[in-house]
Design a protein around this ligand. Sequence first.
Ligand SMILES: Cc1ncc(COP(=O)(O)O)c(C=O)c1O
Length: 388
Amino acid sequence: MKIKPSKNIEAIGGYVFDEINKIKEDLIKKGVDIIDFGVGDPTTPTPEFIREQTKKSIDKYKASGYPITTGNENYLNAIAKYCKKRFNIDLNPQTQIMSNLGSKEAIFNFPNAFLNNGDVVLCPNPGYPAYDRGTLFAGGKPYYMNLTQDNDFYPDFNLIPDDILKKSKIMWLNYPNNPTTQIATKEFYKEALDICHDNNIILSSDEAYSEIYFDEPAISLLEIDTEGVIVFNSLSKRSAMTGYRIAWTAGDENIISLFKKLKANIDSGTPNFIQDAAITALGDEAHVEKMRNEYKQKRDILISAFDQIDLAVKKPEATIYIWQKTGNINGIEFTKQLLEKCGIVVSPGEIFANTIDDINPADNFVRVALVPSIEKTKEAAERLLKLK
Ligand SMILES: Cc1ncc(COP(=O)(O)O)c(C=O)c1O
């Protein structure tokens, strides 16, 4: 029997990473001590009090049982309370909030509740892959909104043709932004909302990095409006809980109710003991503050090193990344140089963006994920000076 992939599966590439992984593996075989700023997955342990709560709650829920797919009452109430405290917004926990296994899964699945074949979804470029892949698998067509330095890494809404706007059902935004690190302003959100309200487009705001900010707390789109809006947030980065798979969405009850209906057909919900762990995590800010401080220190160490090797630097105000310009070579060449000369892994910018009309808006950048320890980051900064 011949097993054939679907067109959508076949279209998914990945060769750039394959090449970089090959160089990395060869260096490891030669005994080089690699410092890995590639994947955006925190390496710090999940705080002990969260792990302790998980252990206790495994016993609390002795009989496993399927959880409520869209979140138990305690978890939904905890999100509502958290949103009131953090963003000063009032949300009805039963109708305006739901639980998700992780925001990756939620983002990927979401368009299935709203798209018919050929509908358009507006996706930032570069952007998190689940926006366009989820669109394609739901039968929609992504339209890419480039995030360029010239436009401060915001989409230029004037460039979207009218016929595309008319066919669009969802617009994805992601601030604080992965990979460019840009943060949103109220004015920007208002502009996006006006366009979406005028054209009947759901405004979907991925706020996975809302808690990793360094100066002012990042704002949420929910602070401006909930009509036609859904926000995706997650415990992954806030509380170093990527492996727990717990997230939440909130916004317009008409959107939430359809998304709940879809989700009931996809998965059976996050385990109750994980929801308990998330409630405990949401009740504490001290561990988040500590994490923000660590990311800030690592940011400053590397920014100073990039500056010393004469690369133009933009200090991130949020996220766990640096979006570094690569000077007169492209991101892939720069990534190879860093690996071969310094034993440092970063991600070439172009893997986060689609090439449209021969232009890849991210090809002169690399993304540096601030996940190694402060000590390792200091060592990496010293190694970087070899590039001077
Ligand atoms: C922009 C963005 N959105 C969503 C996610 C998914 O987070 P999770 O599925 O862990 O909640 C990530 C993960 O790196 C991300 O960078």
